[in-house]
Design a protein around this ligand. Structure first.
Ligand code: NAP
Length: 437
């Protein structure tokens, strides 16, 4: 039996799915010892910091992660930063293979004037902020105005729009960070726009998310019937992709189920490219170039539209973050089907860019892990990470994370919420280490 040591960097969905694939591939001839290295003291990546708190069903995949993490062949090293506490090169020497699974946490920039004003933020900040990510708790955001604008027509834009548009009572039932809940309780936002640069049929939302919108009880979701009619004229429903047909059906339903008596609105606008964000010290409005469509492309006209608003959130995609020793190209780790170089591999958004739902990472990681296994030589029989780490490091292992998890759930129960997230890094580490006692 050959036993290989594999290091996975990043305890998010693609990291766990890589573990799952490796464990599923173990047989009488080969087996694996897998070390899962995570910079934060809390694992789960996007499932914790990215998934919208009002969509708890999506988080149930965490149960799969926990089952994998409790396999005796898997060891979590949380609160360990690759590039600072240990180098990629050292890991490459100590493991038979190293897998980068660090996702894509950096928001792409609009590149327009005014983007740096206060209250012009990226979804890459807004989402982890409301989800209680340690690095974003200080985000200086003001909700003291009536109108907010989200730029982008993907599911992240929809999550941001929905979180702004639903009521604090609806948010109370979620595990939204306590400080964010306080902010939303005092929010004056009543009208939220989600603005796409192309027409409705080119929007990147998925139909499951669109279909949920008419169910919102306290928010009037608005899409102009003329936008829906135009899309129907453009699309041959017989030949169109199934997902697009479902999207059109969902948009049709939204346009027919307007609830004009509600004061909170979430409104889709199309064919508008952001041109400039205005304001003296903070955002006061955003001007868009009005587009016409030609063969799926947005062609700017001479006309513009300005929306007065106090917040602009750009949700236009992500890039991966550099780790010392790792080259990036176009916001990704350059790779061939997941193979980077030597014994280094990459999976998930760091490999292919920010696309697909959480489950997409399962097939993606599976393909890369099959390639990794194919390329394995004789086991190196090295010691792995233990001897590489500074002795004073407060490592969070699976038991420590389970202590944090139980603490959060118990604290949530006391106040009738599903979980009260620990949002201070040191506090999380201390609570976790109590799990050793
Ligand atoms: P996305 O689906 O790729 O959407 C990005 C949007 O940004 C597109 O509408 C794109 O328009 C627009 N855009 C890009 N550059 C722009 C610019 N300079 N100005 C204006 N608009 C611009 O990305 P995402 O929303 O970040 O989502 C990432 C992935 O996560 C997606 O696969 C998504 O489905 C998934 N996700 C899933 C869920 C869920 O299942 N509930 C939740 C969140 C995210 P063009 O099409 O014109 O380029």
């Amino acid at each position: 039996m050959k036993k290989y040591r594999i290091a996975i960097i990043g305890a998010g969905p693609s990291g766990y799915f890589a573990i799952q694939s490796l464990l599923n591939s173990a047989n009488e001839e080969i087996d694996f010892q897998i070390d899962l290295i995570e910079k934060l003291p809390i694992p789960w990546g996007l499932v914790r910091w990215g998934v919208a708190p009002d969509h708890p069903k999506i988080r149930t995949v965490g149960k799969v992660f926990e089952k994998l993490a409790n396999d005796p062949r898997v060891k979590l090293y949380g609160n360990v930063e690759v590039g600072k506490d240990v180098s990629i090169d050292d890991l490459k020497k100590q493991y038979d293979a190293v897998v980068i699974a660090t996702g894509a946490p950096i928001g792409k920039k609009l590149g327009i004037p005014g983007e740096n004003l206060k209250n012009s933020i990226s979804a890459a900040e807004f989402v982890p902020w409301y989800n209680g990510h340690f690095d974003y708790t200080d985000l200086d955001i003001d909700l003291d105005f009536q109108t907010a604008v989200i730029v982008g027509a993907g599911n992240v834009a929809m999550d941001c729009g929905r979180i702004l548009a639903i009521t604090p009572d609806e948010l109370q039932e979620t595990d939204l960070a306590a400080y964010a809940l306080e902010k939303f309780k005092n929010s004056k936002v009543k009208n939220t726009y989600i603005v796409a640069r192309r027409s409705l049929e080119h929007a990147a939302f998925t139909s499951a998310e669109l279909r949920d919108l008419p169910k919102l009880e306290h928010t009037n979701v608005i899409v102009d019937q003329s936008d829906v009619a135009l899309a129907h004229r453009e699309i041959d429903l017989e030949k169109a992709d199934k997902e697009l047909v479902h999207n059109l059906q969902a948009f049709t339903e939204i346009s027919e189920k307007s609830k004009p008596n509600l004061e909170r609105t979430l409104e889709f606008r199309f064919c508008l490219t952001p041109k400039e964000i205005h304001g003296k010290e903070k955002v006061e409005g955003i001007t868009f170039q009005i587009n016409r469509m030609e063969n799926g492309k947005a062609i700017p006209t001479d006309e513009t539209l300005t929306i007065s608003c106090g917040l602009v959130v750009s949700a236009i995609g992500y890039e991966t973050q550099s780790i010392p020793g790792l080259k990036l190209t176009n916001g990704k780790v350059p790779n061939e089907n997941g193979y980077v170089e030597d014994n280094l591999y990459v999976v998930g958004w760091a490999k292919r860019g920010p696309s697909g739902v959480i489950g997409t990472n399962k097939s993606d990681a599976n393909e890369v892990m099959h390639l990794l296994i194919e390329k394995l030589a004789q086991p190196k029989e090295m010691n792995g990470i233990e001897n590489l780490l500074p002795g004073n490091l407060k490592i969070i292992n699976q038991r420590n994370w389970e202590a944090i998890n139980s603490f959060e759930i118990a604290e949530g129960e006391k106040i009738g919420r599903p979980r009260l997230k620990v949002t201070n890094w040191e506090e999380a580490v201390n609570i976790g280490l109590q799990g050793n006692q």
